[in-house]
Design a protein around this ligand. Sequence first.
Ligand SMILES: [Zn+2]
Length: 391
Amino acid sequence: MTERKVKNTDRIYERDSSVSHFEAKVLSCEADGGEYKVVLSRTAFFPTGGGQSCDTGTLNGIEVTDVNIKNGEIIHVLPLPVEVGQTVHGIIDYAEREEKMQSHTAEHILSSVLNTKYGLSNVGFHLGTVDTTCDFDGVLTLDQLNDAEDEVNRIIRENHPVFPVFPSENELKTLEYRSKLDLTEDVRIVMIGENGSVDKCACCAPHVRETGNIGYFKIVDFYKYKGGTRVHILTGQKAVERARDDFEGIKTLSALLSAPRNAQSVSEAAERIREENEALEREISVLNGRINELICASITDTELSALFDGRTDVQTLRSLCLSAAEKVKTAVVFGGEDGRFNFVIAGEKAQDTFAKMKNSLNVRGGGKEVICGTVFATESEIKTLFDGENI
Ligand SMILES: [Zn+2]
């Protein structure tokens, strides 16, 4: 809900959202830092508010960097001044405006559908650059949202008119509409359908003129949020582009997984691979255990045993080290190749052994009874360090 009480400026965007070019008189132009704050006699620029950023565009070819309402006035922020009393030509970026109007109007329809079906209210709205979020004050399921999505697209296809009305204080008393305001005057109601048969909602922003202009509506994500539900929506070309991207993604995955080109087959193939991976991991774990047993069986040292292993998984090395430490007083296991070894130390002199390594090698790591880390050295450098100590 944008602040609607505005003085001095006629708001063209409130009556006719299709206006992208307009003429206006400059009422004031104040320097502020390196910027100029301009108030016009009339404007088609929608100012930032109600979860929606302002329109972008130009005034006499000068870029409008921001439009906001301050102290009841619509301020156009410019990097250069314009002359007070002069007539300026304003142009808004209509492609961007149209996208915003599509999403904003779709939000009205979705809110109306969810309000009618489930009695929920829209309690948050943000029109972002990637997508638009709408927050509702109740938990919604996938089935309910799929159903609502179908209903919104049906209303879009029926091409209902969208238009604002400005009811008097008396008319307002008997009017049923969403987003009830405390205000009794200067209220703008956006009607969708003849006599607001689809929806009536208090709102100041520009909307499309017919629901068919939205083109296509897609819910792309939803989740529980602050006790209710946050719904991400896309409309028009953005929704088509997302559908295209997702389809391309399925095409790529279907080739990688050798699965038929549809979401269900790709998901099933991915699930099979996940199960196969889990089975392989279990097998690898069993094999690692057997390898560790064989290595430990060949240990002949009694004081210190340093073992080099091609495997790098720290859990595997730790398991080998702990088994080795049952046969010798101190065990050190290195896993990797020249230049970088993961290591695990366990046993009576674990801390002494670690200190010795830290003194002469590039070592990272730590621990109390079992020490884990990485050493950046060659096998021969490490062996030289432990020379004469049963390596
Ligand atoms: Zn609105």
